[in-house]
Design a binder for this molecule. Structure first.
Ligand code: SF4
Length: 326
């Protein structure tokens, strides 16, 4: 119950970020699992969460996907899908040794980072990877670069770096970092190693960039920001942090059940966005739940228009007509 007499009965202004939610890499990864299930039948095995969203994983599990931590949990010869975050070469090799039927759902933008790192190593450089320790994309990227890789998360990490040859360095970045964080670390690298080469902020993917710009606009226009996404989603966490850095209270919620009615007390407007792995129906669920708490009106911000689409792996690009589950 709203305790602020001024706001009693006042409609809540719900503002939706544009763009938000699914990116092309996540759509492709989910479609790969669904098409693999349709073509080869259940079960198909998926190494790690296909994308970092609890609802997506539950939905695919219900359709017959089995999620495993490591490949030794997969029966020999079984259809095995690598997640959108990518895998190390050692994992690819292990799959080959175990004769698994691999379908790679690594996002093409992550693959681009892998290829960039490999190119730098061929040039005789050590690679600095800007990213979060332990994140599957970072683990995969380090394992795809056949040379020395230094992981840094902050400008302070750059100050502590010990490299073999300061004039033979390159950097690459995790795709889902905050643009500003990356810029700061890159600046620290360039200040300490003036000859370092790298792709600037181009490795930050279009979806990350667009969602971050949209959440800034959202935070500027609303009293409270809700980010729909799972707690293990790197890009969703960045969206929440960016809103907080703009001085807004912001929460990351998996779905409408994560909503606390007390958050609305004293607030006239609520901004909603969603991480790249969060389905739109969860956003709609949050809007509906807010509408049950307060009379509400919904409006959309205008933002970047996205028409990115990534091709599917050839074996799934043209599936035979098979009855698909909803
Ligand atoms: S957020 Fe970007 S890099 Fe990650 S899956 Fe989506 S498109 Fe690919």
């Amino acid at each position: 119950m709203n305790s602020d007499p001024i706001l009693e009965g006042e409609p809540l202004d719900i503002v939706l970020a544009e763009p938000r939610g699914f990116c092309a890499g996540v759509e492709r990864a989910i479609e790969i699992v669904e098409r693999a299930l349709a073509k080869y039948g259940a079960p198909v095995y998926v190494r790690h969460e296909i994308v970092h969203n609890r609802h997506v994983v539950q939905d695919l599990r219900a359709k017959g996907a089995i999620f495993v931590g490591e490949l030794d949990e997969v029966p020999p010869g079984a259809v095995t899908i690598f997640s959108a975050h990518g895998v190390a070469r050692a994992v690819e090799d292990e799959a080959g040794q175990r004769s698994l039927h691999v379908i790679d759902a690594t996002c093409p933008l992550v693959t681009r980072v892998h290829l960039g790192g490999q190119r730098y190593v061929r040039q005789g450089r050590e690679v600095v990877l800007i990213g979060h320790a332990g994140h599957p994309e970072v683990v995969g990227t380090i394992g795809q670069i056949p040379g020395r890789v230094h992981l840094v998360e902050t400008a302070e990490d750059v100050a502590r770096l010990e490299v073999t040859d300061p004039d033979q360095l390159a950097f690459v970045t995790q795709t889902t970092l905050a643009v500003d964080d990356t810029r700061e670390v890159i600046a620290a690298l360039q200040a300490r190693f003036p000859t370092i080469v790298g792709p600037g902020i181009r490795d930050i993917c279009y979806a990350t960039q667009n969602r971050q710009e949209a959440v800034r606009q959202l935070a500027a226009e609303t009293d409270l920001v809700l980010v729909v996404g799972s707690p293990n989603s790197s890009n969703s966490n960045r969206l929440r942090e960016l809103a907080q850095e703009m001085g807004r209270t912001a929460f990351l919620i998996d779905d409408a059940d994560g909503l606390d009615p007390a958050w609305l007390d004293g607030r006239r407007s609520v901004g909603i966005t969603a991480g790249a792995s969060a389905p739109e129906h969860l956003v709609q669920g949050v809007i509906a739940a807010l509408g049950r708490l307060r009379p509400a009106q919904v409006r959309r911000l205008t933002g970047a228009v996205e028409d990115m689409h990534f091709r599917l792996p050839a074996e799934l690009a043209d599936p035979e007509p098979v009855a698909r589950t909803a």
